[in-house]
Each structure stands twice: as structure tokens, then as C-alpha cells.
Design a protein around this ligand. Sequence first.
Ligand code: THU
Length: 132
Amino acid sequence: MKQIDEAIKAREKAYVPYSKFKVGAAIELKDGTYIHGANIENASFGLTNCAERSALYSLYSQGYQKEDIKSMTIIANDHGPVSPCGACRQVMHELLPKGTKIILANTQGKTLETTPDELLPYAFILDEKPNE
Ligand code: THU
């Protein structure tokens, strides 16, 4: 499956000297482009950026927008499909289109399909949006 292959490629770029736990995220755009993100750790542990946020921040930084996004796939060598952390769920909820197909996977071939609303019911949403 192309989405999984791209997430595996993204995972290869992880910088994880501390946890050794590599995570990859691949966001599929409507035009067929894939944006990769990997977890990037830091000696000051709290500064670590998860793969999900790396991918989404990269996507927006390159000038793409919510409307360009088709699906997002995340993979790790975990006991089951990797479960995004709470902080990433908040960011995914805001930066992915409503109803986006999210594929959670592990390197053993287990997958689970979900959406931003399923991952974060009752998400925090500010009525006043930035850039307006
Ligand atoms: N991590 C992610 O990148 N995404 C997740 O969904 C879960 C956790 C990273 C953060 C840290 O580099 C490592 O996995 C262990 O927590």
C-alpha cells in the first residue's frame, strides 16, 4: 500500500538517540504528493517533535493548505497500530480537514483507520482564527 510505504520512508528519517523509537508520518495530497514527517528528539526531552506534528508543520511551511490534504498515515514498531499522543491529536484536529482518513499502522502490518474527530472528541477550537 503506497501510503504505508511512504510512512515507512518517512520513519527512516527519525532522529531518536534517546528513545530509539522511530515514528514516521506521511501525508498524501490530492495531487499525489507525499509530505513526510519523523520524530525529532532533543537532549532537552520536552522539545521533542513527534512525527505527526513534524509532517503537518512541514506541509504548512511549504505553502500547502488543509484543502490539499487527502489522507495521513503514521507508522512505528509498536505492539499495535501506533496511537498519536494527545498533543498531536489536538494539532491534527485543527490542521487536517474534517473527516480526513487517518491510517494508524505498525511495522508488523497491523492497521486501523480513523478520523480527527474520532481521535479527539470535544477538541478545543478557538472561534477567532489566526490570519483573519
Ligand atoms: N512519538 C511520535 O513521534 N508520535 C507518536 O504518535 C507517539 C510518540 C515519538 C516521541 C518520541 O520521540 C518517541 O516517539 C517516544 O515517545
